[in-house]
Ligand binder design. Structure first.
Ligand code: NDP
Length: 452
């Protein structure tokens, strides 16, 4: 088995770095160090842990451009996205730096005494990160887990380890003690799997494919280990005839083509109410044609390449099965490019309608009425995200309540914020990240009765 991995720039196909891969012995040693570091980190005074997290956020802030440049080269993310993502790490750290001083329990009236509850940290938490959003997904687990007093081991995706490695260096620079945050580049079936099987790892926060997520959940069951799963999606963007169609068409490409469609929240199915179907498609064609699909280091770029030649061939496999209605632009020359691609669905049984493509491809289908829209949106194993465009606020609420998905937006393509909960229904996941309650997912709630 290879002991190093060559990181490749997906926009140029040139090697960027050679990264050493951790084996099981290295992983075990890191988990044991994290376990040894846990009692001291748990016992850091709340105000001091808060200060250290704010200092960590400040050091990340000083390196936003450096981290963004790394992500542009490693993951092919556009400069705009990559700077947002590095800023998101800073913002998550700042937001959860309020946790240590606010990890409140309850006082519950009971006869003969009082009952108080505590949120106790778990110990070592393992975070398994995919290649599509290396920085935010790291931060969404790391920040609340550290804030509530756990130590953290991280397995970045093999394809995209560079920003995680740098963020761990910045943590040390900010003054976090050794062993509190450890990043272990390595294979999923070696390092990731060891997080699942090692008894000292008390929780696994996994983001990735539904296939591997099911394996992680099954493996955790063996030790009744806590796990959070953020998995795939096949989300719907529902456009009613009473919507501002121009605004809906301008917004819709960003609901699916952001990050070249490599987004678990990608709304890769567009449902359009029949009377508006032709007009909406005409407007969408113009919006897609106008997308700036450019070298991701270009400050104007709105969409970059796919992560790898493999991912491009997976996506191309879906496109080859269907008739393409229209596409946007894509550069010639090196890089794993696929243009933004729009397909008119012929049946809800087509693979393009049912499976997560994880590339810049969207399928469009007409619907008749509200009930039809909700039924079509829910006709999927997944339930992560969704958007609704309508001029009727009552309808927006009815449909939002009817769609079985964790994160919805009305008259907007954006629903993910670090201070609101994020997670999926059905096979899109288990548990919630982000929002004010996230630190509780990294603690056990304990109740203590004290007799009078
Ligand atoms: P995976 O689920 O394989 O990878 C996600 C993470 O899990 C990576 O860090 C991976 O490591 C790790 N991993 C892999 N196998 C194991 C294992 N047995 N035990 C523990 N950890 C493991 O996703 P892929 O990268 O293969 O992507 C395949 C498809 O999954 C995509 O095309 C997309 O459809 C979906 N996906 C969804 C994501 C989401 O955000 N919901 C994110 C990424 C992918 P390594 O990188 O070394 O393989």
């Amino acid at each position: 088995m290879s002991t190093t991995f060559t990181v490749v720039n997906p926009a140029t196909e040139q090697a960027v770095a050679e990264v050493a891969l951790a084996d099981v012995a290295t992983t075990d040693a890191a988990i044991e160090r994290a376990h040894e570091a846990f009692p001291a980190w748990r016992d850091v005074a709340p105000g001091e842990r808060a200060r250290l997290l704010r200092r960590f956020a400040a050091v990340v802030d000083e390196h936003v451009e450096e981290l963004a440049e790394l992500e542009v080269r490693n993951a092919g993310h556009t400069w705009g996205n990559a700077t947002w993502e590095a800023g998101n790490v800073r913002d998550c750290l700042n937001y959860y730096s309020a946790t240590p001083e606010r990890l409140f329990g309850k006082q519950i009236p009971v006869p003969g005494g009082i009952d108080v509850t505590f949120h106790e940290p778990l110990g070592v938490v393992g975070i398994i990160v995919p290649w599509n959003f290396p920085m935010p997904i790291l931060a969404w687990g790391m920040a609340p887990a550290l804030a509530s007093g756990n130590t953290v081991v991280v397995k970045p995706a093999e394809l995209t380890p560079l920003t995680a490695v740098r963020i761990a260096e910045l943590a040390l620079e900010a003054g976090l003690p050794e062993g509190v945050l450890t990043v272990l580049p390595g294979r999923g079936d070696v390092v990731g799997q060891r997080f699942v099987t090692h008894p000292l790892v008390r929780k696994v926060a996994f983001t990735g494919s539904t296939r591997v997520g099911k394996q992680v959940m099954a493996g955790c069951a063996d030790q009744v280990k806590r796990c959070t799963l953020e998995l795939g999606g096949k989300s719907a963007n529902i456009v009613f005839a009473d919507a501002d169609l121009r605004a809906a068409a301008a917004s819709s490409p960003y609901a699916v083509f952001d990050n070249a469609g490599q987004d678990c929240c990608a709304r890769s199915r567009i449902l359009v109410q029949r009377p508006a179907y032709d007009e909406f498609l005409g407007l969408l064609e113009g919006a897609v044609a106008g997308m700036k699909v450019l070298d991701p280091s270009d400050r104007d770029s709105e969409m970059g390449p796919l992560i790898s030649a493999h991912q491009r061939s997976v996506v191309q496999g879906y496109v080859d099965e269907v008739d393409v209605a229209f596409t946007g632009p894509a550069p010639d020359g090196p890089g794993y490019w696929v243009p933004p691609t729009v397909v008119l669905a012929e049946s809800t049984q087509q693979r393009i309608w049912r499976e997560e493509v994880f590339g810049p491809v969207v399928a469009v289908l007409p619907f008749d009425d509200e009930a039809d829209a909700v039924a079509l949106a829910n006709d999927t194993d997944y339930g992560l995200s969704g958007s609704i465009f309508t001029g009727d606020v009552g309808r927006a609420l009815r449909v939002a309540r009817g769609v079985q998905a964790g994160n919805l937006s009305v008259n907007s393509h954006s629903a993910v914020r670090y201070w609101t909960p994020f997670g999926g229904y059905k096979q899109s996941g288990l548990g919630r990240e982000l929002g004010p309650d996230a630190p509780h997912a990294f603690t056990e709630e304990k109740n203590v009765f004290i007799a009078h």
